[in-house]
Design a protein around this ligand. Sequence first.
Ligand code: SAM
Length: 464
Amino acid sequence: MKINLTDEQFDVVRHLLAKVAGLVFDESRKDSMAYSVAERMRESGTRDVPSYLLLLDDPEERQRLLDEVTIQETHLFRNPPQIRALRMHVLPELLRHAEANGRRLRIWSAGCSTGEEAYSVAMILRELLPSTAGWDVKVVATDISRRALDAARTGRYGARAVQLATPEQLERFFQPAPDGGHEVRAEVRELVEFRHHNLVTEAVPFAPRERIDLVLCRNVTIYFGRDTTRALMARLHQCLRDGGYLFLGHSETLWQVSEDFRLVSLGAGQSAAFVYRRVDPLHVEERRAVLPDRRTLDEGPPPPDPERRAEVRRAEVRREQPPLSADQLLDRTRVALAAGRYVEAAQLATDASLAAPLRAEAFYLRGRALVDTGRDDDALVDLRKAVYLDPQLGFAHFLLAGVLDRLGHAAAAAREYAAAADTLGAQPGDATAVELGGRSVRELAQLCRQLERRLAHGAVGEVG
Ligand SMILES: C[S@@+](CC[C@H](N)C(=O)[O-])C[C@H]1O[C@@H](n2cnc3c(N)ncnc32)[C@H](O)[C@@H]1O
């Protein structure tokens, strides 16, 4: 059944979803909303939209509509740099802390969808701590979608969900499911507890004094408005212990949302992950005075990461001269790019990102070099990091939009063109840059706006 929603009907449903779950539906998602409503009408045997809207007075029907409209896209070991950071840095550190504090560890997968994120963390925990006898370790996994939670509890996954698992992990943590898929083994499942929970309207699902070591809230706030995200981050901040970690998704940032977390980089180069740590409110002013720009913070003393040391060493040997500063490396990268020496430019930008892991420009310039050598897939990673680290980097948004478009992600590309138009539009009209290719910055911003409209129009219904 295909239906059209009038503007008034669309407003009624989207206001309801904003109120009950914080979900924001802009005009570009009107058709996908109509599709969800049509599904619910078909399943509930409702004849017309006005009759269906009356059904929404019933909390059960609201829940079913939420199950329908929420986007459950996820997979095991999603976001490899963050998974690596969990295995190499975060979980070992949290386990050491727990060892010294009653052997108690609490992890929250907030917005866990069908469970892959929570099970991934539990599998890494099992690798690090094969026996939890004498420990109190729990991964609490929550979601607003009952349908997703039902699927999560079965612990059964198809080939696509497990594609980032290694053969050893598949062997160790899964058994064949009756339907031919993969079923999570008991030693992993017993660490995970699934609960229904609404991140927007409910208090955190823990006792008031309970403190959490790590919260993963990845790819959830992208569907919320800024005020909703701000209020949620305040609650997450409250339930985390000081020094606890917060993991957000690739495109989620606390820039201009919360001052209470510290951005840290874990790992090096391509595999660096950006995560947040809770800062004790008593120490915020003190830390701000010492470290004025959150975007340039690093972890302090580098973690004992042999891979990173070896990479830096290789870069030094290659140059056979004292290491160059990040600024010098970035200058050389630009020169190499201008001369069309893209492979060299990519290498120099890699060195710059090792010297300054939180410099957005290093990732942006490497993204440019990779795009120019036709490596869109690899460039995507760098460009996402660049705009994550500096959301004001208009040229990076522009380049990222092009890459996403070429890779077939129209809706995400439209969002990046919109961000490019906004950030470039805010620059002085007489700005000059090689990237402008002789255009004025205003012209490029207008072009981005046109591209955004074209893609948003073509991408109606896509959830990118
Ligand atoms: C794209 S999935 C993210 C899954 C996983 N965290 C990941 O990154 O792979 C987003 C999840 O957020 C959930 N969600 C959306 N609004 C929510 C809310 N108000 N409270 C709790 N969960 C919510 C959705 O049901 C969905 O399962």
